[in-house]
Write a protein that binds this ligand. Structure first.
Ligand code: SAH
Length: 351
């Protein structure tokens, strides 16, 4: 096993990603599970996800919230609604809330700062934000207000592919890597990650992504399969970045486990969720298999169901119509069934 872990060069990571033999993959699963247990233990931390707004100014070619999608009925939650979700998350025993949304400047800097203060003064929760590429001064204001963590996936480390699927805003002077560095300087716990199987993503690129996680020493790393959304250009197969079919990463379940496992090996202490996108492509066992192959976090949705159905990043999202109550009961059962337990408290990065 140590041999496997010590030799994760770019070539070795790519070879693992290309490995499709079930028996040959067993040592990878075993190593990831052992490293997970050794560094972050058997606790599975639950983070209550609050989808605060589905407005977005961006034109990401993969995402159903993009401003270019005219079919989405837009919503923005009130402070009181968000607070109710946070209270509910606390009642369920979750130690963190994740406030996520489109890049929505209708969520004003001061309003979000005030909301963070209200949550932090009333509830003993860690607050994670995931609100897109906001201005560095906004990120600073939210940190001052008490936000603990920020999630911003870099999506792919290939600059050409990235530019194709994630057009910049006019006059934007920073990219996601700049923001990740800035978040670190501000004292946030920093989370990032990528989608797996974006059209145009090669094995080499994905191997580079995984080694980038290590270079950035990320505190949290979220990876999930790319799921085509027919209401987006990429989902309709438009303007795809052409690569050799032998090099194209498939957006499949098995590939997702390989990325989770390799991520755990290069970042032993990181908090790694078993994502909803993974649960979406295998509803029966995706979450559990993710947890058994390197992951140690799950992010149950606590958004009111009436909004949740409109936060349609991709179609067919798992647990879409389940109440927060049902979700938490189901998850606890699944976690116990695989011999793990629900972590108490905020469950921050261990150092
Ligand atoms: N506006 C925020 C939050 C976006 S949603 C931001 O851009 O950071 C969170 C993540 O969902 C994105 O970072 C992306 O990796 C993922 N996502 C978006 N569209 C997806 C799709 N079609 N399939 C799978 N994951 C997707």
């Amino acid at each position: 096993m140590h041999n496997l872990i010590d030799n994760l060069t770019l070539d070795a990571v790519e070879q693992w990603l290309r490995q499709d033999d079930r028996d040959a993959l067993e040592p990878l699963w075993a190593a990831a599970d052992a490293v997970r247990r050794e560094h972050v233990g058997d606790a599975v931390h639950l983070r209550g996800l609050i989808e605060i707004s589905n407005y977005c100014v961006r034109q990401c070619a993969y995402c159903g919230l993009a401003v270019t999608n005219p079919y989405l009925e837009r919503y923005r939650m009130s402070d009181e609604e968000v607070l109710d979700c946070a209270r509910q998350a606390h009642r369920f025993g979750y130690g963190t809330v994740v406030i996520q949304g489109g890049e929505d400047y209708g969520l004003e800097t001061d309003r979000i700062a005030g909301l963070i203060r209200k949550i932090k003064s009333e509830l003993p929760l860690a607050v994670t934000l995931s609100l897109g590429e906001r201005e560095p001064k906004e990120l600073a204001a939210w940190r001052t207000a008490g936000a603990d963590r920020y999630l911003l996936r870099f999506e792919t480390s290939d600059p050409e592919l990235y530019a194709r699927i994630h057009p910049p805003r006019p006059r934007q002077t920073y990219d996601r890597f700049d923001l990740l560095r800035r978040l670190r300087e501000l004292g946030y716990e920093v989370g990032s990650g990528v989608m797996i199987g974006i059209p145009g993503q090669t094995y080499r690129t994905l191997a580079r992504d995984i080694l980038k996680f290590e270079v950035f020493d990320l505190d949290m790393i979220g990876v999930g399969p790319y799921i085509p959304n027919p209401l987006t250009p990429l989902g309709r197969g438009e303007d795809v970045f052409a690569v050799d079919p032998d090099d194209q990463v498939p957006n499949e379940e098995q590939m997702t486990y390989k990325v989770i496992a390799l991520t755990r090996l290069v970042c032993p202490q990181a908090n790694i969720p078993s994502t909803t996108a993974l649960a979406t492509i295998n509803r029966d066992a995706g979450r559990e298999l993710g947890l058994s192959r390197g992951a140690n976090v799950v992010m149950p949705n606590v958004t009111p169901v009436k909004y949740r159905t409109r936060y349609e990043i991709y179609p067919g999202k798992a647990c879409l119509n389940e109440t927060a109550q049902a979700c938490q009961g189901c998850l606890r059962g699944r976690i116990h069934a695989i011999g793990r337990f629900v972590g108490q408290g905020p469950g921050g990065r261990l150092r």
